[in-house]
Design a protein around this ligand. Structure first.
Ligand code: TXA
Ligand code: MG
Length: 313
C-alpha cells in the first residue's frame, strides 16, 4: 500500500472517517489512530503494528466535551484531574461507554481516555468527528516514535497515511492513571509526574509492582527496545567505550571513544531524546547502549521505567 505523508490534518481525518488508520503527532509520541467506534477499523491498527490484541488502546479526543462519548461515568477524582491536566500527557482509565469497540479495550469494562496538548493533534481529532483509538505508531516491541520519520521507518507501506508534525516535545508516553477505585493509581509512569498528580490528589499512588495479572496489560510485554543491548550505569566508569558502544546521560563524558553519545542538559531533555537515540543507535549499528541512571523523581520515574524495560530483552 502507498503511504500518504502529509501536513493536512483534514486529509488524515478523512482517512479515519473512512475507517482506515492514520498516524498523527502528539506531544508524547506519535500515535496510530482509528475510529474507536468501529471494530474493523481498530483491527487494522493491530495488523499494522503486529500487536497482540490483549493489550488495550488509549482513546483520544480533541476536547473535553467529547469525553462522554468514550466513558460512561466520570468519578470526582477524574473530574479534578481533567480540570488540571487535560489537555496533556495523561490518560485516565474510566468505565467505558458501550459505543467503544471492545477490541479497543481488549474486552475490559474500562477505557483509557486522553486529550493531547498538541495543536495539530487537536485539530486532527476534532476533524475526525469520532473518538480515535491509538497506540504508539511503532512496530510492536520497538521504541515509540517521536518523529514522523521514525513512524515512516516502521510503518511505510503498512498504513495509508502519516500526518506530519514536529518531533514530540515530551518524548515518553502519557501517564496512565486508573480512576475507577477509591484513589487514583498510576498504572504507567509518563509525562505527568507522580508529584504533580499528588499536588491535586494527595492519595495518588503507584501500582504495586507486577501482580500476576497486570492491570495494564501492556506492561507485561517487551517494550521500547532497540536491537542493541541496553545497560544501566551509574557513571562512565562502568562502561566499556568502543566504536560500537553508545552513551546517553546527564554527566559529560570526557573520553570520546564512544561510537555515539548524547549528553542531556536535564531529565526532561533525556526523556525527550531517549527513544530517538535508541533508533539512531540501531541505524548506526551500535552493539551496546549505556544509559546513565537518574533518580526516580519527576520525569525520572518514567525515564527509568522505559530504560529498565529496554534493558530487559
Ligand atoms: O502517550 C501515549 O500514551 C501514546 C500516545 C499515542 O497517546 N499512546 C500509547 O499507547 O503509549 P500504547 O498503546 O503504546 O500504550 C497504552 C497503555 C498500555 O500500557 C495499556 O495497557 C494501557 O495504556 N491501557 C490502555 N487502556 C487501558 C485500560 N482500560 N486499563 C488499563 N490499562 C490500559
Ligand atoms: Mg507503545
Amino acid at each position: 500500500m502507498r503511504t500518504l505523508i502529509t501536513t493536512s490534518y483534514k486529509a488524515a481525518a478523512e482517512i479515519i472517517a473512512r475507517n482506515h488508520v492514520a498516524a498523527f503527532p502528539t506531544e508524547t509520541v506519535y500515535g496510530l489512530g482509528a475510529n474507536a467506534f468501529d471494530s474493523d477499523a481498530v483491527k487494522k491498527i493491530y495488523a499494522a503494528k503486529g500487536r497482540p490484541s490483549d493489550n488495550p488502546l488509549i482513546v483520544h479526543v480533541g476536547s473535553v466535551d467529547q469525553i462522554p462519548s468514550v466513558v460512561s461515568s466520570i468519578s470526582r477524582h477524574a473530574e479534578k484531574l481533567i480540570a488540571e491536566f487535560f489537555p496533556g500527557p495523561l490518560t485516565l482509565v474510566l468505565p467505558k461507554n458501550k459505543r467503544i469497540s471492545s477490541l479497543v479495550t481488549s474486552g475490559l469494562s474500562t477505557v483509557g481516555v486522553r486529550i493531547p496538548k498538541h495543536t495539530i493533534a487537536q485539530k486532527f481529532l476534532n476533524a475526525c468527528g469520532v473518538p480515535v483509538a491509538a497506540p504508539s505508531a511503532n512496530l510492536s516491541g520497538s521504541p515509540s516514535p517521536t518523529t514522523w520519520q521514525a513512524v515512516k521507518s516502521d510503518l511505510n507501506g503498512r498504513i495509508p497515511c502519516i500526518l506530519k508534525g514536529d518531533p514530540s516535545r515530551v518524548g515518553v508516553e502519557s501517564t496512565v492513571v486508573d480512576c475507577t477505585g477509591s484513589s487514583p493509581v498510576i498504572l504507567r509512569a509518563g509525562g505527568v509526574t507522580l508529584e504533580q498528580l499528588r499536588e491535586v490528589i494527595p492519595s495518588t499512588r503507584l501500582q504495586k509492582q507486577q501482580s500476576k495479572v497486570p492491570k495494564s496489560p501492556g506492561v507485561k510485554y517487551r517494550h521500547y527496545s532497540p536491537f542493541a543491548y541496553v545497560f544501566i550505569v551509574s557513571g562512565v566508569g562502568e562502561t566499556v567505550p568502543m566504536k560500537r558502544s553508545a552513551y546517553i546521560g546527564l554527566r559529560s563524558v570526557r573520553k570520546n571513544s564512544f561510537g555515539m553519545k548524547k549528553i542531556c542538559r536535564n531529565e526532561e531533555e533525556y526523556a525527550r531524546s531517549l527513544f530517538h537515540f535508541f533508533r539512531e543507535c540501531d541505524a548506526h549499528d551500535m552493539e551496546t547502549i549505556y544509559c546513565e541512571q537518574v533518580s526516580e523523581d519527576g520525569i525520572g520515574l518514567a525515564l527509568m521505567d522505559r530504560i529498565r524495560k529496554a534493558s530487559m530483552q
